[in-house]
Design a protein around this ligand. Structure first.
Ligand SMILES: NC(=O)c1ccc[n+]([C@@H]2O[C@H](COP(=O)([O-])OP(=O)(O)OC[C@H]3O[C@@H](n4cnc5c(N)ncnc54)[C@H](OP(=O)(O)O)[C@@H]3O)[C@@H](O)[C@H]2O)c1
Length: 264
């Protein structure tokens, strides 16, 4: 059976995307750590929209998890025709004070597992002449971000990797989209590594979309065959304007603004 695989589908943007794709009759394979949440969502989407929805619980911050997901797909005889690498976490705070193991686990999740999943699933897409990949980055992929240094760098990686992969996949007719949301009202900022004074300073008064808005925008971008999309008109303008300013200047401005906010 052909399926759309969404990582990070137990909440936030991934869950909203699963729902919007179920409305559009995609059969789904949902991946995240919380099996109970995924099971409930699969039941709800199957009953409401008459699609087939299955799940694989996996902790993608572990090095062997992507391979296990791939093997499980083989066992279940599922063909992934659309891979959405959405799972990701962030961290805010002063780099030297952040927990190193947590930062490294974030890199495994945001980067290494994303690369591994592309590597595992692309050969079958190419062989079958059918398939596509959507990698979820962030507005942070466009701006060096002091006090969110490792997260922003992880999303720069996603951006660079995806833009290159888009071109490598073109001769095979496999489409790859780099999709970059801005602030979105999900649980993203409620994790221990984000829910702190630095995180609050970052999001205070920021332009924010709902997960449903972001999911619908992603689907529209995919339908229009875009290879690059920044979610939210305001965010798209910010990226265009930001490109005119040297990165070092942006980093200096962000750092001094955040330090000022923190001292208030
Ligand atoms: N929200 C924003 O403001 C924002 C802005 C820009 C970019 N983004 C990006 O959008 C994507 C989705 O974020 P979101 O806002 O929807 O966040 P969210 O509400 O926190 O959801 C994150 C999802 O990822 C899963 N996940 C977290 N750690 C995982 C792990 N180790 N292994 C497997 N799955 C894991 C979570 O499920 P479990 O806990 O069940 O594992 C959940 O389903 C991320 O890549 C994020 O960087 C978000």
């Amino acid at each position: 059976m052909n399926v759309t695989l969404i990582t990070g589908a137990s909440g936030g943007i991934g869950e909203a995307l699963a729902t919007q794709l179920a409305v559009r009759k995609h059969n789904l394979l949902l991946v995240a750590r919380r099996a109970d949440k995924l099971e409930m969502l699969c039941t709800q989407l199957t009953e409401t929209y008459g699609i087939q929805a299955q799940y694989i619980p996996a902790d993608l911050s572990k090095a062997d998890a992507a391979g296990q997901v791939f093997e499980e797909c083989r066992k279940k005889k599922l063909t992934v025709t659309l891979l959405v690498n959405n799972a990701g976490i962030g961290s805010n705070g002063e780099f030297i004070k952040n927990d190193l193991q947590a930062e490294l686990a974030m890199l495994q999740l945001n980067n290494a597992s994303l690369v591994a999943l592309c590597h595992f699933f692309l050969p079958d897409m190419i062989a079958n002449n059918k398939g596509g990949i959507i990698n979820v980055a962030s507005l942070a992929a466009f701006f060096p971000s002091p006090y969110m240094a490792v997260y922003a760098a992880s999303k720069v990686f996603v951006r660079s990797f995806t833009e290159a992969l888009t071109q490598e996949c073109k001769p095979y007719g496999i489409r790859v989209l780099l999709f970059s949301p801005g602030f979105t009202s999900t649980n993203f900022m409620n994790t221990p590594a984000n829910d702190n004074a630095w995180g609050k300073a970052l999001t205070d008064g920021a332009y924010t979309q709902t997960a449903e808005q972001v999911a619908i925008e992603l689907i529209q971008a995919w339908k229009k065959k875009e290879t690059f999309h920044v979610s939210g008109r305001f965010n798209a303008w910010a990226v265009r304007l930001g490109a005119l300013i040297p990165n070092a200047t942006i980093a200096r401005m962000f750092a001094s603004r955040k330090r000022k906010q923190m001292s208030q």
